[in-house]
Design a protein around this ligand. Structure first.
Ligand SMILES: [Zn+2]
Length: 164
């Protein structure tokens, strides 16, 4: 969000959690840092989640704990240098049905890397993602993945191999 959006956000937080926002520029600058790359919609969502789950005096650290939750399913709206959607490959894999057959195909990501790729490749849309299910390989499937079909050993190697 921009600095102006952030100032609005701070007064929104003040109203939501009944506190008087600080006017101290240094404090505000420090508060702005973790929100610089957060979309204003996500930040509002974070505040709403905080409000639903916690009571007591407002704490910035507590609010920031809700970032990951707020981001889930909303990655699309936030474009960062470290793209969560394509893992900085520029490509998003999707399934498409064509003449009754299901194919995997590539779209360009909405991030900078994706947009720097060949413009003949279609850019993924938000609907493309919300209509599909993301599997453990980050492929957006038409059907909900059936986990009994997944080789457990392969799954371990792929996902948590380094941590076992
Ligand atoms: Zn991307």
């Amino acid at each position: 969000m921009t600095k102006n959006e952030f100032m609005e956000y701070v007064s929104y937080l003040g109203k939501l959690f009944s506190f008087e926002p600080t006017a101290d520029k240094e404090v505000l600058a420090a508060w702005y840092k973790p929100f610089e790359r957060v979309h204003i919609d996500i930040a509002r969502e974070m505040a709403q989640l905080y409000l639903k789950q916690e009571t007591g005096r407002f704490k910035l650290a507590k609010l920031l704990e809700f970032k990951d939750v707020a981001l889930r399913g909303k990655v699309y709206k936030e474009s960062t240098e470290n793209c969560k959607l394509c893992k900085n490959t520029g490509f998003v894999m999707l399934e498409k049905r064509d003449n009754g057959k299901i194919y995997e195909f590539c779209n360009r990501c909405i991030c900078k890397i994706g947009q720097s790729l060949n413009s003949n490749i279609k850019t993924v849309t938000e609907a493309d993602l919300t209509e599909r299910y993301k599997d453990y390989n980050d492929i957006y499937r038409l059907e909900k993945p059936r986990f009994e079909n997944i080789d457990v050993q392969e799954f371990k190697k792929e996902k948590i191999g380094g941590f076992v």
